[in-house]
Design a protein around this ligand. Structure first.
Ligand SMILES: O=P(O)(O)OC[C@@]1(O)O[C@H](CO)[C@@H](O)[C@@H]1O
Ligand SMILES: [Mg+2]
Ligand SMILES: [Mg+2]
Length: 289
């Protein structure tokens, strides 16, 4: 693909610029305001949202609409206020204004502004801006993955016993779900692996796979906006994406494994409990009464 014939390069350049601007807004709040009393909750008592999440999503969508009026959107906070979460074949911006809102509220310094772009249901490019670290992760399908302009490459490790694994505890505190999370964690830790980490942001865990800091990230409960942008960053850095069942990744299925290679992916997947969260693209009108 030659750069001059890339129809989506303008859109990607715009995403980088608006992600940087969003990051400035986020840093300004982190430095000057205490968010702890301003937090609201969504799907559970620990699924947090702030005014900044909503402001950043509005900033991104408004700026894109004025430049690309025919494009569609799936945004975390728009879906939360009732917009549909359906990925058609039209050019679609998939936005998580702050991936790591709990980190943001607690000033734990890993928050990502995530903007992915899909056409014909394939992610064409992804931008994840780690706002506090000032790291801009980008990837264009077929052209490699970068952090602040430097190429990214996954780890070459194939021995699971020398691997580092990332996962999250998520925001579902249903005791049965918590049991499954701990069951998987117990088995993975006991392999043993070198360590288990979690950044508090699905997207930044995936960027950690892309840059070779961890061999694999897995989670059940993620949403399409957490993973769309980072998915192409992982694959362009040489990594692989799977469902926790071992099948192909389905962006709407709420389950993900992102790994440096097939060997590590297959070995860890064998230890994981498979369970389901409600799909992102469920049609509420079709639900039984
Ligand atoms: O709500 P946010 O801050 O955008 O998403 C962050 C997060 O809760 O989403 C994933 C699960 O949905 C987790 O990996 C991650 O910690
Ligand atoms: Mg998120
Ligand atoms: Mg978010």
């Amino acid at each position: 693909m030659s750069k001059s014939h890339d129809p989506w390069q303008d859109a990607m350049d715009h995403a980088v610029a608006v992600a940087r601007k969003s990051g400035e807004m986020i840093r300004e709040v982190v430095q000057n305001q205490d968010q702890s009393s301003l937090v609201q909750t969504k799907s559970s008592a620990v699924d947090l949202v702030t005014e900044t999440d909503q402001k950043v999503e509005r900033l991104i969508i408004q700026s894109v609409k004025s430049k690309f009026p025919s494009h569609r959107f799936i945004g975390e906070e728009s879906v939360s206020s009732g917009e549909p979460c359906i990925l058609t074949s039209d050019p679609t911006w998939i936005i998580d204004p702050i991936d790591g809102t709990t980190n943001f509220v607690h000033r734990y310094p890993f928050v990502g502004v995530c903007i992915g772009f899909a056409v014909n249901q394939q992610v064409e490019w992804g931008v994840v801006y780690s706002a506090i670290e000032d790291k801009m992760f980008t990837a264009r399908r077929g052209r490699g993955a970068f952090c602040n302009g430097r190429p990214l490459q996954v780890s070459t490790q194939t021995d699971v016993h020398r691997s580092m694994v990332a996962t999250e505890f998520g925001s579902d505190r249903d005791p049965q779900v918590v049991d499954k999370i701990f069951s998987s964690l117990h088995k993975v830790l006991s392999l043993p692996v070198h360590g288990v980490r979690g950044a508090g942001s699905a997207a930044l865990n995936m960027c950690a796979v892309a840059r070779g800091s961890v061999e694999l990230y897995y989670e059940t409960g993620v949403h399409v906006w957490d993973i769309a942008a980072a998915s192409v960053i992982v694959t362009e850095a040489g990594g692989v994406l799977r469902d926790t069942t071992g099948g192909a990744l389905d962006l709407m299925s709420r389950r993900i494994v992102a790994a440096n290679n097939e060997t590590i992916a297959t070995r860890i997947i064998a230890e994981l409990e498979v369970y389901s969260s409600e799909r992102d693209d469920r049609a509420p009108d079709c639900e039984p009464e």
